[in-house]
Write a protein that binds this ligand. Structure first.
Ligand code: MN
Length: 322
């Protein structure tokens, strides 16, 4: 047993017995979702299993800053995911985070839910949910080790990306001594930290600089509540030529002021709704997000809202009343 998780051994046994495994992560995958997805797929393939990896989007196009990741040849379109013996869901805080693949999971004889999000709805037949680890990649590393996989440079690269992105480059409170020791082990296996940093954090298109300028210029500060927020419209994306999936890092710029403890970035969606990313230096934003139908961690969370200013005002009111 690992992580004090009662289903750990069952998960290892089910994956050991499985011939065909479908591996999936959440929609709009981030570094941890992709790193975990690809590392797990590479590891299971090494064991001779038939592996297909996907997520529930319109395509499985890997965002540019993660396009260097190994293992992408194991990706299949969500509609092409074969009926598996085991469906391995990674980094999904709830079944609906599987998007279109939720139905495939439901039809599978065994769903294993490996995740670190607080409030996970335990949608698996086996649930390995550990909220104290830095990343799903940390759990996938241990899972692969317990399955007898020989971790190689490609897997180490994927796993390191999961850890480095979910810890904000080892800056957040989830970076424990164990996390850093594990990251060190992954470097020993060949993960190239400076190369990965360049690919992930310094590969933005030039338009991203212009977009960041807009986001920072219009940022609104509520001094008393120590809350800062800004937004990105569809017009901003069109005019700067930046893809929606290349805006993930912008919240870090918004949160970087000492005037605020809580930051939010509103991103306009095609359907007119706003996807809201929140970050905190202390007060729980997981609570804020869950109260609005979203989810996440205590210091990093998100939800969807139909109005920008009214939602911002409601967050201000909530922070003031605490
Ligand atoms: Mn994660």
């Amino acid at each position: 047993m690992r992580f004090d998780s009662g289903d750990w051994d069952g998960a290892v046994a089910a994956l050991t017995e499985a011939h065909r495994v479908a591996v999936a992560c959440h929609v709009n995958p981030d570094g941890d979702a992709l790193g975990s997805l690809l590392a797990a797929s590479l590891g299971l393939a090494q064991l001779g299993k038939e592996v297909a990896a996907s997520w529930g989007g319109s395509s499985v196009e890997v965002p540019f800053s993660f396009s260097f990741l190994p293992g992408t040849d194991l990706l299949v379109a969500p509609g092409d995911l074969p009926e598996p013996d085991v469906f391995l869901a990674l980094d999904c805080g709830a079944a609906h985070r599987l998007g279109a693949l939720e139905e495939v999971a439901k039809a599978s004889p065994c769903v294993i839910n490996v995740d670190h999000h607080p409030g996970n709805d335990n949608f698996g037949d086996l649930n390995v949910v550990v909220t104290t680890v830095s990343s799903t990649a940390e759990m996938v590393t241990r899972l692969l080790q317990d399955l007898g996989v020989t971790l190689d440079e490609d897997m180490a690269t994927c796993l390191y990306v999961g850890i480095v992105t979910d810890t904000g480059r080892f800056q957040y409170s989830n970076s424990t001594p164990d996390t850093l020791r594990l990251a060190a082990d992954l470097l020993s296996l060949g993960a190239d930290a400076p190369f990965i940093a360049q690919e992930v954090y310094e590969s933005a298109p030039f338009g991203s600089l212009k977009l960041m300028g807009r986001v920072l210029d219009r940022a609104v500060l509520h001094e008393e509540e120590r809350f800062v927020y800004s937004w990105i419209t569809l017009a901003d994306l069109a005019e700067t030529g930046v893809a929606a999936d290349e805006t993930d890092g912008l919240i870090d710029a918004v949160r970087s002021t000492r005037a605020a403890d809580v930051a939010a970035l509103f991103k306009e969606q095609d359907d007119g709704n706003w996807r809201v990313s929140m970050r905190s230096k202390g007060p729980s934003v997981g609570e804020v997000a869950r109260a609005r139908g979203g989810g996440g961690h205590e210091l990093a969370a998100g939800f969807t809202a139909d109005e920008r200013e009214a939602t911002a005002a409601s967050i201000v009111a909530e922070l003031r009343s605490r």
